[in-house]
Design a protein around this ligand. Structure first.
Ligand code: PSU
Ligand code: MN
Length: 315
């Protein structure tokens, strides 16, 4: 009953609805990365290119956002443009969903917000850039992204290029372990670090093949072990930045945030914008390349998971 009531808040785009009705694999995409993670017009262009990559790979993309008091599963070109262009888009995590839906404004969903909406829509795979995590200095600020709690309880597979080094990646992985969230890696043993390929920390399990990833994920959920799975894949070599450069810029951005007294939900967008400015926009090219690569990995996983669903009982 509760689920039915919740689902009555969903508005489906025609292609997303058709794919869902036909049992075709869908891939959810977040909108905070569009509204708050990249500048206009590169954000809208990238969002469209990512959708096209997913479609070419045989899955249906469903970008998720809040518009006019409804949760939109799949956006039209005009809706995407509005989310990418407007200066009045709320950043919507679990806490913010009721406020923005009840208020009827524009909302861009974070990893946590998108996971909630994807699960309501029955979408198992969600592609993003980087997940939120435990911030550096969290022992003083308590700043731990709600993304991690959502991963603990909402059953969606999240494909990412790891997490940015604006976070404490070691503590982020510890937190995920405590909450029983498996961290899978493909193409390398280590968890990725967004702009760079290697965080220096091992992922829990390396599974390069989409069928293996699907088997792992389906087994977890078949066992009633609700909650998400993180699948990390590194930014393509040609687009990766140097670790020394990004470390220095990250320290500078963190210092600027502290000096300006930035707190709460403003911290992550501030740091992202600061790093973008400090790299003279070069980080944007890296960001775009990694999201596209994540989309290819996510589409393959969605196809494999759809096959495993059609299989007889266990995978
Ligand atoms: N990390 C990135 N790019 C992003 C985000 C995180 O490299 O765009 C966004 C995602 O939407 C993520 C959110 O869910 O920031 C986390 O925000 P917070 O740290 O306030 O929970
Ligand atoms: Mn935070």
């Amino acid at each position: 009953m509760v689920a039915n009531l919740a689902r009555s808040w969903l508005t489906w785009s025609a292609p997303a609805a058709a794919a869902q009705a036909a049992g075709h694999p869908l891939v959810a995409l977040e909108s905070t990365i569009i509204a708050h993670g990249m500048p206009y017009p590169e954000n809208v262009r990238t969002a469209r290119e990512v959708e096209a990559l997913i479609r070419d790979a045989g899955a249906e993309p469903a970008t998720i956002a809040l518009i006019g008091g409804r949760i939109h599963i799949g956006l039209s070109d005009d809706e995407l443009e509005m989310i990418g262009r407007s200066d009045h888009v709320h950043k919507v995590s679990r806490r913010d969903l009721p406020a923005v839906l009840a208020g009827g404004g524009l909302g861009a969903t974070t990893v946590a917000g998108t996971m909630i909406c994807a699960a309501l829509a029955g979408i198992e795979v969600f592609v993003t850039g980087g997940i939120g995590g435990v911030h550096r200095g969290a022992q003083d600020t308590f700043d731990i992204s709600a993304d991690l709690q959502e991963l603990a309880k909402t059953s969606v597979a999240v494909i990412c290029a790891g997490a940015k080094s604006i976070l404490d990646i070691g503590l982020t992985l510890e937190y995920l372990e405590t909450h029983g969230v498996p961290v899978l890696s493909c193409e390398q043993d280590n968890f990725a670090a967004f702009y760079t390929r290697d965080s220096g920390f091992r992922a829990d399990f390396r599974l390069d093949d989409a069928a293996e990833q699907a088997r792992f994920i389906r087994t977890k959920w078949d066992l009633g072990l609700d909650g998400g799975v993180v699948l990390s894949t590194p930014v393509p070599e040609a687009a990766a930045m140097s670790a020394e450069e990004i470390d220095a810029l990250t320290r500078q951005a963190l210092g600027d945030a502290a000096a300006q007294g930035i707190t709460g939900k403003a911290v992550t967008p501030f740091l992202l914008a600061r790093i973008k400015a400090l790299t003279g926009g070069r980080s944007l090219a890296t960001n775009i390349a990694l999201v596209k690569h994540n989309a290819e990995v996510g589409a393959r996983l969605a196809l494999a998971l759809a096959r495993s669903k059609r299989g007889s009982g266990a995978v």
